[in-house]
Design a protein around this ligand. Structure first.
Ligand code: BJ8
Length: 423
């Protein structure tokens, strides 16, 4: 048994089933990423992380657990990772983006549930993802009905903690969210045995802000006429940002950006002149969901930005770094984590549409694709306002509904190809 298999065995994973996933990944990765021409050399690090995605980082997490640290997994960018790091825990993302895990989720959930939720439960119940075996605590939230009920089922098998997210953004909602963050801190202190203080929380805020700043630096290259990195590569980096060590990740993104600076000086573009620039908006694209980027970028388009949780919503708006007491630091977190994220779970959610229009101009896009994961009711319904406002602004837009299967790939190619052609 090799080292990885020994580790997975120790996590009581279903090795035979998991091997099937490991066998499929290199082919998919090769098709989507390695087939691209003229990729930046500094993508090497992110390639290596992806190639051993269930090996390198899980081994690090297990090592940290042996040294007394706790691993906390979450499913939503509303859950503030800073408090986990402040309690000397390790934060990791758990959202799942592969069809491989969906049937396992369907054993527990109605078929008419979004694939993100089904895959997340399938990964746990099927014992085919090491991150879902390692986490000491699973942090869910009350963003949509599907998730709320799914957490109750997940709690039959996994240690769950739920954060109750307000669904409006009034003064009293910010106060409530502050209280929720304080309750979360209590739970983390219990779990880790460490106190969250103004100092360690401030350090964690700066560390995660640095990660967001590095990613913003990367995303800024996508605003240029000559785009030196593809949308696919940027998406992969963003997906990795949720589970990699934040300090190392920040350093690697900055190294890549140094290379991209050089490319800009040499006018290098990974896209041919005249390639149409697409802004995506909608539901998140969790790893390894690369389907839409692959279709767009092999059919005459360049994805230059994502108004998604796996995109700009995660990286913009760093937390206020003004030093204060613990209450002030928590207030600053609440402000950012409630005020700046425009999930469709909020009512009203006009600021999301304002953001789409702002980003369309900032990233010099030619058109917008509004993506909706099948059975996500809130984004689907909000699509009404997205399309209406964009039409008023004369911004070309199409709505796409899809899931994690490849069954609709041909149909999507035709629709997206036709949309790009008319831009
Ligand atoms: S802040 S988008 S990460 S909840 S796609 S599970 S909403 S049915 S993922 Fe999300 Fe947080 Fe919002 Fe972002 Fe439900 Fe819709 Fe599925 Fe969703």
């Amino acid at each position: 048994m090799d080292k990885n298999h020994e580790m997975w065995n120790g996590l009581s994973m279903d090795l035979d089933k998991h091997d099937l996933l490991c066998e499929a990944l290199p082919q998919a990765f090769g098709d989507v990423f390695l087939s691209q021409e003229d990729r930046p050399e500094k993508m090497d690090y992110f390639n290596a992380v992806t190639a051993d995605i269930h090996g390198i980082r899980p081994a690090e997490l297990i090592e940290a657990q042996k040294n007394g640290q706790k691993v906390i997994g979450s499913f939503c960018i509303h859950v503030p990772e800073e408090v986990v790091w402040a309690a000397n825990g390790i934060s990791t993302g758990l959202c799942s983006g592969s069809q491989f895990w969906v049937p396992g989720g369907e054993k527990k959930l109605p078929t008419a549930t979004c694939p993100l939720i089904k895959a997340s439960l399938g990964a746990r119940f099927d014992r085919t993802c090491p991150f879902f075996r390692i986490a000491d605590l699973f942090v869910g939230e009350t963003t949509c009905d599907g998730k709320k009920k799914a957490w109750e089922i997940l709690a039959e098998d996994a240690p769950m903690y739920i954060m109750d997210i307000p669904q409006m953004k009034r003064k009293e909602d910010f106060e409530k969210w502050e209280k929720e963050i304080n309750l979360y801190i209590d739970r983390l202190e219990d779990l880790t045995g460490n106190k969250v203080t103004a100092e360690n929380l401030h350090d964690a805020i700066v560390m995660i802000n640095n990660k967001r700043r590095a990613m913003q630096r990367l995303y800024d290259f996508r605003k240029l006429d000559n785009v030196p990195i593809s949308g696919r590569d940027t998406l992969l980096i963003t997906q990795i940002s949720f589970f990699d060590d934040p300090v190392r990740f920040t350093q690697k993104v900055n190294e890549l950006c140094d290379e991209l600076d050089q490319r800009v000086k040499e006018n290098v573009s990974v896209f041919k002149k005249g390639t149409k620039r697409i802004l995506l908006t909608g539901t998140p694209l969790s790893i390894p969901n690369w389907k839409l980027h692959q279709i767009i970028e092999t059919n005459g388009g360049a994805v230059v930005g994502e108004e998604l949780c796996t995109g700009i919503r995660y990286i913009e708006n760093p937390v206020d770094e003004t030093k204060g007491d613990l209450d002030t630091e928590v207030k600053n977190l609440a402000k950012r984590y409630l005020g700046s994220i425009n999930c469709a779970c909020f009512t009203p959610n006009k600021s999301r549409i304002d953001d789409i229009i702002r980003l369309y101009h900032e990233y010099n896009a030619d058109g917008v694709i509004d993506i909706n994961l099948k059975f996500c009711n809130i984004y689907d319904t909000e699509g009404y306002f997205v399309e209406k406002r964009l039409q008023e602004e004369n911004i070309p837009c199409i709505g796409i509904e899809t899931d994690y299967t490849d069954e609709d790939a041909e149909q999507l190619k035709t629709r997206i190809g036709a949309f790009i052609e008319m831009l």
